[in-house]
Write a protein that binds this ligand. Structure first.
Ligand code: ADE
Length: 263
C-alpha cells in the first residue's frame, strides 16, 4: 500500500494507520446523556433495531460525527421504579453488552461526580481520572482485599491532558451517593479526588476485554463541604451537565482523526 501523501487530510492519513473509528460513550443518567445526544445529532435506536436483549431497559443512541461513529448508551430507567438505573451493576452490564455487540475502539465513561475540596475539586470542574478503585467492597482476606478494591490505572491520555487542560485525579466508585465513615476511610486510602457510582465498574469490564477507556467526570457536589450531598447534587445537576457536555465534545473533537496512540 502506498504511504499516505502529505496532501491527504489528517483524518484520512490516520484512518490508514488504525485511526479510532468507533467510540462508545457510557453515561448513567438521562439528564447527562441528552445534551450529548443533541450535540452529536445522535438518533435513538428503534425498538426493532435494538442490539440489546429483549427486556433490558438499556438505550442506545448512535450517529456519525467528524469521521467517528458514536454510540452513546445509558442503562435506561429501572423497569419497576422508573428512575435512572445508576450504579455499578447496571453500568457493568450495559458496558459488557456494548463491548460485545459494538466492538468500540475507545470507551468514554462520562458523568457527574462528587469532589473533594481538600484535593482541589470545585463545583463544575471537569476531571480526567488517572486511576479508579472501589470504596465499598471490603473483603478482609489476603488478596481478596485487593480484588475488592479493584484499583487500576486508566488508559493514559497525556496529549488530551496537555491539550484540553482538564484537571487530573483519582476516581473512587461505590454504589451510594452519600459517604459512610467506612467509605470515607477507603476513599482516603484510594487517594481519590472525585467519587462516582460507575467508573471502576466500567473500567473493570473495559479491562477484561482490552478496550481502552477514559473517564470524564464533572463535579456537582463537594463531598467534604457543608451542604447535604443529595441537595447540592440536584441543585447543580443541570448546570454541571452543560460543563460535562462541553468537555466530552472537546474530547471527541480531539479524538477525531487520531489513533489510540495519539491520545
Ligand atoms: N455523582 C455526583 N455526585 C456524586 C457523589 N457525591 N457520590 C457519588 N456519585 C456522585
Amino acid at each position: 500500500m502506498a504511504p499516505p501523501s502529505s496532501e491527504e487530510p489528517a483524518a484520512a492519513q490516520a484512518a490508514g494507520a488504525g485511526a479510532i473509528s468507533k467510540v462508545l460513550v457510557v453515561i448513567a443518567m438521562q439528564t447527562e446523556a441528552l445534551p450529548l445526544v443533541t450535540r452529536f445529532q445522535l438518533v435513538e435506536a428503534a425498538a426493532d433495531e435494538s442490539i440489546f436483549p429483549k427486556g433490558a431497559p438499556w438505550t442506545r443512541y448512535h450517529g456519525d460525527y467528524k469521521g467517528l461513529h458514536i454510540d452513546l448508551v445509558w442503562p435506561g430507567k429501572d423497569p419497576v421504579l422508573g428512575v435512572d438505573s445508576v450504579g455499578t451493576v447496571s453500568a457493568a452490564l450495559v458496558t459488557y453488552a456494548s463491548i460485545q455487540l459494538l466492538k468500540p475502539d475507545l470507551i468514554i465513561n462520562a458523568g457527574t461526580a462528587g469532589g473533594f475540596k481538600a484535593r482541589g475539586a470545585g463545583i463544575g470542574d471537569v476531571f480526567l481520572a488517572s486511576d479508579v478503585a472501589f470504596h465499598d467492597r471490603r473483603i478482609p482476606i489476603p488478596v481478596f482485599d485487593s480484588y475488592g478494591i479493584g484499583a487500576r490505572k486508566t488508559f493514559e491520555t497525556p496529549n488530551i491532558v496537555k491539550e484540553l487542560n482538564f484537571k487530573v485525579g483519582k476516581l473512587s466508585t461505590g454504589d451510594s451517593l452519600d459517604m459512610s465513615p467506612h467509605d470515607e476511610t477507603a476513599i482516603l486510602s484510594n487517594e481519590a479526588t472525585v467519587k462516582d457510582m460507575e467508573g471502576a465498574a466500567v473500567a473493570y469490564v473495559a479491562d477484561l476485554f482490552s478496550t481502552p477507556a477514559i473517564f470524564v467526570k464533572a463535579v456537582t457536589d463537594i463531598v467534604d463541604g457543608e451542604k447535604p450531598t443529595a441537595e447540592e447534587f440536584l441543585q447543580n445537576l443541570i448546570s454541571v451537565t452543560m460543563a460535562l457536555d462541553q468537555a466530552v465534545m472537546q474530547v471527541v473533537d480531539f479524538i477525531s482523526g487520531k489513533c489510540i496512540s495519539d491520545l
